[in-house]
Every structure is written in C-alpha cells, then in structure tokens.
Design a protein around this ligand. Sequence first.
Ligand SMILES: Nc1ncnc2c1ncn2[C@@H]1O[C@H](COP(=O)(O)OP(=O)(O)OP(=O)(O)O)[C@@H](O)[C@H]1O
Length: 249
Amino acid sequence: MSLFVADRLVKRFGGLLATDAVSLAVDQGEVHALIGPNGAGKTTLVNLISGLLPADAGRLVLDGVELTAMAPHRRVQHGLSRCFQITSVFGGRSVFDNLLLAAQAHAGSSFRFLRRRAAETGLHRQALELAQMLGLEAVLHRLAATLPHGLQRRLDLALALATRPKLLLLDEPMAGMGPDDSQQMVALIRRLRERTAILLIEHDMDAVFQLADRISVLDYGRVLACGDPAWIRAHPQVRAVYLGTEEGV
Ligand SMILES: Nc1ncnc2c1ncn2[C@@H]1O[C@H](COP(=O)(O)OP(=O)(O)OP(=O)(O)O)[C@@H](O)[C@H]1O
C-alpha cells in the first residue's frame, strides 16, 4: 500500500476546474515529481494537500490517517511537511537558532517529562544533526539573512525536516538557483529520500529527471500521464504539451 494517497481531488474556482479529479500516490522512499505547464494546477494541488485550500471533493490519506478535513498544522503533526518557495527563516537569528527553534517547536510537549538540561541537550543534538544533513555546519553562527540564496534554501529545507515528516512537499526547491547550487540541491534531495518520501514540484527538468522515481504530468487540472521518467520522456502527449517551451522534456 502507498504511504500517501490523494484520491479524486476536486477544486473549483468559480467556473474553473483547477483540480479535476486528481489521484496521485507516493510510496515510502519515493521521489514523485509533479510537472506541468504554467497554470496546469500544480500549486493548487499542493495547497489542497497541505490544507491551505479546502478541497471540494476527494480524500487524502497519509500512512493510514485520513487528512482530508484536518487543519494544516494537524497535518504537520501527522507527518506532512511543506517547504515553501518563500523563505520561512528568521533572518535576524543565527542559523543555529533557527534550527533550534524549529526542533523546539516540533518537540513541543514530548520533552515535558525530561529535566530541562536533558531536554536542551536533546534539542541541541537535533539542531546539529539537521545542520550536518544539510551541510550547514560551517555557517551555524551566521545570521540567516546574510546567507547566500542557495544556503538559505538549504536552511528552509532543514526547517521543514525538523518536523520529521513522512511526506515532504517540496515546492520549487531550485527556484532562483544557478547550476552549481542546483546540482548541490539535487545531491541533498537524493540523500533525503532515506528519511522521507518526497512530492517534488519543479520547473527545472534536468533536476526532475535526475531525482524522480515517478513523474505525474498535470495539464488543465488533470493527470495527463504518470509513470517512470523514461516512459514520461517518450510519452507523445507529454511531448506535445511541452513542445516549444524552454522546459521541453
Ligand atoms: N485563488 C484562485 N482564484 C481563482 N483562480 C485561481 C486561483 N488559484 C489558481 N487559480 C487558477 O487555477 C489554475 C491553476 O493554477 P495553479 O497556480 O495551480 O497552476 P500551476 O500549475 O501551479 O502554475 P505555475 O506553474 O504558473 O505556478 C490557473 O488557471 C489559475 O489561474
């Protein structure tokens, strides 16, 4: 059984059917990419999954738990995390403080029964572990706002991971990056799949084809095709949708 299932999701904006009975599954350890031309409905779908938008119909299930009617923060408690295109770091705090605050926010009551000192040590360890995982050890004491773009995006990712997600929604992680930063991000995301399944929305087709185990193509709010990268690359309708755009597959 799949870790995550979206089943026949529907979202209307007035007369526009932005999400037209979309079904999608993500397996444990999988990177599932969602691609499609501008306006295809990718952002709407991710907003339905994270709970920012209510669905008009359909169901969402993560690890056997029905998320459909849950508020966004409760979905996070049940293992869904989202890394936004917009940065969520506290610019005026150090990288380490950001990581510590995120670990603390998630730990919440789970450290309640530990003595204060033990709780602090546990949180410090988690913050350092996140820094190591994302290659941020060298900038731990820098103010987050002074980091170059690529490192800020990595910090964003570390903050999303602090909630120990089962499924991570990654919304254009390569946006605004040059080729070097993008390549480093690809390597990082590849390592993350050991920790969490990933639903990746990305316009950078090189990154998508390097990372995805499976790709779903959205067009006019519907899933046009879903399959492994080789199959998608050869799919005549997918090629037709992308033909003539810079994102040609
Ligand atoms: N809040 C809204 N009200 C009305 N229409 C909306 C709203 N949000 C999105 N839409 C419409 O729904 C359709 C899907 O938009 P969406 O932003 O989900 O596409 P997308 O695939 O994410 O596009 P892009 O790649 O440009 O981000 C578009 O026609 C868009 O204009």
